[in-house]
Each structure stands twice: as structure tokens, then as C-alpha cells.
Design a protein around this ligand. Structure first.
Ligand SMILES: C[S@@+](CC[C@H](N)C(=O)[O-])C[C@H]1O[C@@H](n2cnc3c(N)ncnc32)[C@H](O)[C@@H]1O
Length: 297
């Protein structure tokens, strides 16, 4: 693996990495200095492979909800002509304080408040953008950034891009169909959508979404909806994408295999207790996974 070079010394880069209180993405700053991150370098490498990125050479790229910018920098590294990283929600959060608050909520069993309703949300000074800005400086990057809420802004001001990343975002949207219409409006070529998804064995032919009224999904009350594969593909078509290729989906075989062990245990237990009718419930267990689709105009 080649080592990214930087105009900063290794000691300077180490100091820059340590100056950021919370990294979501593990970013390679150069000279062998890799930041920590909720998403490790190994996980990010696996994710990028699952996206099946097209050739980025000379392309224009919009990375919606970019956070620490790992995928924006990856698009630049792969030869994109222009890359725009857009975000606001996490860039406005004081993430160190938020993290402590989130852990307290978890301990006390209280669902955390919405980001904007806490005292840690500060859109005037953007404390959560420090990671992106630090990586950008360290890498001497030309990635542009726009601070705005994708769901509130006038998307016509963005123009249209050859490739649009909508990664780790759809399940955070209160209105996923509206979100997909917006994604479609800024896409000239292909949108790559990666999202939390569900599979309901036996319901593969129905377009179904699971709704999370509170923090049921990963203890995070900013998660609202997880589509199954048919719903995700359907939303892309409803938003005006002509062609949708499922890069990571839920094969019925995988779903059945993944839940088979749980199902056989349930069958034994319910059988012994004479609660046969509960089998329906046991058999409707869901499989959660991260889906990836390419939606093209
Ligand atoms: C899970 S992170 C994904 C970051 C990055 N795209 C990735 O895949 O690693 C969700 C991103 O969506 C943005 N976002 C926008 N609206 C949001 C909302 N209502 N709730 C949570 N996150 C939201 C956050 O700022 C954050 O950057």
C-alpha cells in the first residue's frame, strides 16, 4: 500500500489529528498518520468496495452529508475533476459534548433529543466541521464545501453532477421520498445510495419500510426509516431514476440462512410450550443490512 505524502511533517500531522475531539471517518492525513474514527480505515475500505464506484476520472461529484469527508477525498484521489462536500447537521454539532450526553442518555435509558434541540448544536461556529477542515488542509485537497441542509435548501443552486453520493443518509430522513426526489434533481449521471435496509422473509415482493418512532435503530433517534430492497428500488424510480442496479441487496437465500438458526431455536421453544401460533412472529424476524444501489438517469 502506498503512503500518502503531505506538505506537513509527521509530527505536525499527528498534532492535527489529535486536535480534533471526535472523528467519524478515519482519514489518512499522509506520512503514515491515520486519524481514529468511528468508522475505521478497514471498515471504510470495505464500504468503498461495496459501493462499486464507477470510473471517477474527470467527473463532477456531489457528496451529500459528507461529515469528515472520507468519500469526497476518495473521489478526488480517484481523479474527479470537481468534488463538492455538503453537510450541516453534524458540522454544527459539538461532537465531544454530544457524545458524552448520548452516553448519559444510554445509561439512564432516555432517548436522546434531536440534534438541533440540544445546546450542542451550533450552526454559527460549526464545531463538528473541524475534522473535515483538518483533513482537507492536511491533504492539500481541492474539494469544495457547502454548509447547508440538503432537505431545506434550494437544490437548484447546486446544479447537477455526474456522480452523486447519498451515503449513510436515507434512513435519517423523515421524508425519504422527498429526499430521493432531491437527490434525483442534482444527478446528471448516477447516484450511489447506501442505506440501512431490512429484509422481511416472505415479503420480498412487497415494497415495505420499517418505521422507527424513537431510538429503536442503534439507539439513535435520528433514524426514521429502513426500506426493504423493493421499496428502495421503487423510491429511486418514483424519484425519476430510469435505471436502478442493486449492488448490495438482500438475497432470499442470505436472509433465510441468517435467520435460520434463530428460527429453529424459536420453533423448539414455542413447540415445547405449545405456543405454535407464535411461530408466525418468530418467522417474521427481520434481517438488517446495508443496501447499495446505483440509480441512473
Ligand atoms: C451516518 S452519517 C453519514 C456520513 C457519511 N455520508 C457516511 O456515509 O459515512 C449521517 C450524515 O447525515 C447528515 N444529516 C443530515 N440530516 C440529518 C438528520 N436529519 N439526521 C441525522 N443526520 C443527518 C449528518 O450531518 C451526517 O453527516
Amino acid at each position: 500500500m502506498s503512503v500518502r505524502t503531505s506538505s506537513f511533517s509527521k509530527a505536525e500531522l499527528e498534532q492535527m489529528s489529535a486536535s480534533v475531539p471526535f472523528w467519524f471517518h478515519s482519514n489518512d492525513l499522509g506520512e503514515g498518520v491515520v486519524t481514529p474514527g468511528v468508522k475505521s480505515a478497514a471498515q471504510l475500505e470495505k464500504e468503498v468496495a461495496s459501493f462499486h464506484l464507477p470510473d471517477m476520472t474527470g467527473k463532477t461529484v456531489l457528496d451529500i452529508n459528507a461529515w469528515d469527508g472520507f468519500y469526497s477525498f476518495e473521489a478526488e484521489r480517484r481523479g474527479a475533476r470537481r468534488v463538492v462536500a455538503l453537510d450541516k447537521m453534524m458540522w454544527a454539532m459539538d461532537l465531544g459534548k454530544w457524545n458524552r450526553y448520548w452516553l448519559e442518555c444510554k445509561e439512564s435509558g432516555k432517548p436522546p433529543s434531536a440534534f438541533q434541540d440540544t445546546p450542542f448544536w451550533d450552526p454559527s461556529s460549526l464545531p463538528g466541521k473541524l475534522g473535515f477542515d483538518t483533513a482537507h488542509l492536511a491533504m492539500d485537497s481541492r474539494v469544495d464545501n457547502i454548509v447547508d441542509d440538503f432537505m431545506q435548501m434550494d437544490t437548484s443552486t447546486l446544479g447537477q453532477f455526474d456522480v452523486v453520493f447519498f451515503l449513510g443518509s436515507l434512513y435519517h430522513m423523515r421524508n425519504p421520498v422527498e429526499a430521493m426526489l432531491r437527490v434525483s434533481s442534482v444527478t446528471k449521471g448516477m447516484a450511489i445510495i447506501e442505506t440501512e435496509a431490512v429484509a422481511f422473509p416472505g415479503f420480498e415482493d412487497r415494497a415495505v419500510c420499517e418505521f422507527f418512532p424513537s431510538d429503536e435503530l442503534n439507539g439513535d433517534s435520528s433514524n426514521w426509516w429502513a426500506p426493504n430492497e423493493k421499496a428502495l428500488v421503487g423510491m429511486c424510480h418514483a424519484a425519476g431514476f430510469r435505471e436502478v442496479d442493486v449492488m448490495v441487496g438482500s438475497s432470499p437465500l442470505l436472509t433465510t440462512f441468517s435467520i435460520a438458526r434463530g428460527r429453529s431455536v424459536a420453533r423448539k421453544v414455542f413447540g415445547k410450550l405449545g405456543l405454535g401460533s407464535r411461530l408466525d412472529y418468530a418467522e417474521s424476524r427481520v434481517l438488517r443490512y446495508r443496501a447499495v444501489v446505483h440509480a441512473s438517469k
